[in-house]
Design a protein around this ligand. Structure first.
Ligand SMILES: C[S@@+](CC[C@H](N)C(=O)[O-])C[C@H]1O[C@@H](n2cnc3c(N)ncnc32)[C@H](O)[C@@H]1O
Length: 214
């Protein structure tokens, strides 16, 4: 499958920012309690499945959330398009598995995962590519397997000049939570839970965590 153009920008941008991303972005231990609660609920749901199956952290970045899931008892591994992010993750967590890859074209068999986490990683995918991305998530999840999608909400597209102190070339596409729910439903997911968090300093934006099953 040929690579969509936006992905090259995501890869090179995150290759550039990787080291400073880790310095600037809070790890799971510093997250707000509700985000941590959603991760814990996801872990508990996946652990409760009748058969244990691997859990993919898609767009895992430096692997800190993958390691958090592993500490919560999940057989988690990470996938990221950025080679620098994957290298950082492997150095930090040598006991875990991290692979380079595009989350819309996963090297995984149908129904092979017990869970998918996509944590602040789908907002660089242009909205017209989201139906195919969520269809890929649905393909690799076992029937009944759980998805936790966390990310930004809003209604805008932006192309920042810099992020984490470096020039970047990716774009960010923020969608309203309702639209994300609709897209997941269109890919065959049943969305059971949505946590929306306001950002007082940016009333036009927010955060959402969505729990769904395949
Ligand atoms: C904002 S970071 C979040 C990283 C991690 N989930 C965390 O919370 O620390 C977004 C990550 O998603 C990755 N990413 C974005 N789009 C991707 C895609 N289509 N396929 C694979 N990785 C992707 C980027 O390379 C980057 O490492």
């Amino acid at each position: 499958m040929s690579e969509p153009g936006f992905l090259a920008a995501v890869r090179s941008s995150y290759d550039t920012v990787a080291a400073d991303y880790v310095r600037i972005v809070v790890p799971p231990s510093g997250m707000d309690p509700l985000s941590r609660a959603m991760l814990a609920a996801f872990a508990e749901l996946v652990r409760g499945a009748p058969a244990a199956a691997p859990v993919a952290d898609l767009g895992c970045g430096p692997g800190r959330v993958t390691a958090h899931l592993a500490a919560l008892g999940l057989p988690a591994f990470g996938v990221d398009v950025s080679g620098e992010m994957v290298a950082l993750a492997r150095r930090s967590y040598p006991e875990l598995r991290f692979q380079r890859g595009a989350m819309a074209a996963l090297d995984l068999a149908d129904g092979s995962l017990g869970g998918i986490l996509a944590w602040y990683s789908v907002h660089h995918t242009p909205p017209e590519h989201l139906p195919a991305l969520f269809a890929e998530f649905h393909r690799v999840l076992a029937p009944g397997g759980h998805l936790l999608l966390g990310g930004h909400t809003g209604d805008e597209q932006s192309r920042p000049d810099s992020a984490y102190g470096h020039p970047v070339s990716y774009a960010s596409y923020l969608l309203p939570a309702d639209r994300l729910v609709e897209l997941l439903a269109g890919a065959g997911f049943t969305v059971t839970t949505r946590l929306e968090q306001a950002r007082p300093e940016r009333p036009d934006r927010g955060y959402v965590s969505l729990l769904a099953y395949a």
